[in-house]
Ligand binder design. Structure first.
Ligand code: PEP
Ligand code: MN
Length: 381
């Protein structure tokens, strides 16, 4: 790889190697996999609340929605402005999601006090005066790569923010302009592993603005996760066909739910691959620094906790079905089958997995019993 500016200071992996996990609202960015979803622009109270509730139920942690839109044409919808931010704050209160919205002018900053992440759009990536103002804040900034900018220039823009003391920068690859006319932009997925080799900052991928067509978004989202992105930003709308902005690239609520189900499986194996790639042998583990290994553990734990939460939801739904159908709670054959599927042949690892799953299954059985005691009125069969 061609060498890059050796003055990169704050973005370099050597700077604060433990600082790559950014707290956003109640969640984390850079630990596990975070999905940001929502409309291109906030259009109405009803629409943003419908979208927020739906994407949150499907596992998105952060709601996106533009209030100040930078449109190429002055005749297109320019966003609801301050009212749009107010509506995002209402959605935040009603769903508990963290929110992200783009800033176009630093004089609007007072409106963003309760906005969890401030987005700098592709068109403003090199607006250094704006970046310096954001550097004075102490809140996460989602910095999108300009359509005509290099990876190095993206890092230099992040340096502008971080040099002011605001170290919480999230990088976003959203496609660059090439000679390809069939896509809106060309999604540069090589940027993901390259950025990960250069910087400790979290990297999210926006497949929506890159490909520009909703039906191709899920495949690119999966590819971004497989490439090792820390998260995604995806445009979702309750009525894409009549959206006031970027409807053609917005997933419907149902399409988003489908994508999330597929992603969940992929992300589980990607976390494993990432960890394997960084420590394939005992020797490599020994040379890895303690802080790198702790980072890996943190990422695994955040992903694990996410899966346990999902498992909890499914277990309680199963409890309802079993109750309705009068089926027994305890199914030893199925429990043995679950465990058998999880064995790999490595005895030490298998013993570890068996012990942990025994606890998980035991706890789920307890949940069924508790659930039935509270909700079923009579004791379970
Ligand atoms: C957006 O995310 O709302 C947006 C306008 O994207 P970009 O800045 O990447 O064009
Ligand atoms: Mn958009």
């Amino acid at each position: 790889m061609r060498p890059i500016d050796n003055r990169l200071r704050y973005t370099s992996r050597q700077f604060h190697p433990d600082n790559s996990i950014i707290k956003v609202g109640a969640g984390l960015m850079g630990g596990g996999f975070t999905v940001i979803a929502g409309p291109c622009a906030v259009e109405s109270r009803e629409s943003i609340l419908t979208i927020a509730k739906s994407v949150s139920a499907d596992g998105a942690a952060i709601l996106r929605g533009g209030a100040f839109k930078l449109r190429s044409s002055p005749y297109d919808f320019q966003g609801l402005g301050a009212e749009g931010i107010e509506l995002m704050l209402t959605a935040k209160k009603q769903t508990g999601m963290a929110i992200v919205s783009e800033i176009t002018d630093s004089t609007h900053l007072p409106l963003y006090d309760e906005v969890d992440i401030i987005q700098v759009g592709a068109r403003n990536m090199q607006n250094t005066e704006l970046l310096k103002e954001l550097g004075k804040l102490r809140k996460p900034i989602l910095l999108k790569r300009g359509a005509g900018n290099t990876i190095e220039e993206l890092l230099l823009s992040a340096e502008h923010i971080m040099a002011g003391g605001n170290l919480e920068v999230i990088l976003c690859e959203r496609g660059i302009r090439t000679f390809e006319p069939l896509t809106r932009f060309t999604l540069d997925l090589a940027a993901v592993p390259i950025l990960k080799s250069l910087t400790h900052l979290p990297i999210v991928v926006d497949p929506s603005h890159a490909v520009g067509t909703a039906r191709f978004v899920p495949q690119l989202a999966m590819a971004a996760a497989a490439a090792g992105a820390h998260g995604l930003m995806v445009e979702v709308h309750d009525h894409p066909a009549t959206a006031m902005c970027d409807g053609g690239q917005s997933l419907s609520l149902m399409q988003f739910g489908d994508m999330m189900r597929k992603l969940r499986q992929l992300v589980a194996s990607t976390v494993e691959t990432t960890v394997e790639a960084t420590s394939t042998s005992k020797e490599q583990t020994e040379v890895s620094s303690l802080s790198d290994l702790r980072k890996q553990i943190d990422e695994i734990d955040v992903a694990l906790a996410g899966f346990l939460r999902k498992r909890y939801d499914v277990v309680t739904t199963i409890a309802t079905l079993k109750q309705e159908q009068g089926l027994p709670i305890h199914d030893p054959i199925r429990e043995a089958e679950i465990l058998a599927k999880l064995m790999s042949g490595d005895k030490e690892q298998d013993d570890y997995v068996k012990a942990v799953f025994a606890a998980i299954i035991e706890k789920s059985r307890g949940l069924h019993t508790d659930f039935c005691r509270v909700d079923c009125g009579s004791s379970p069969q």
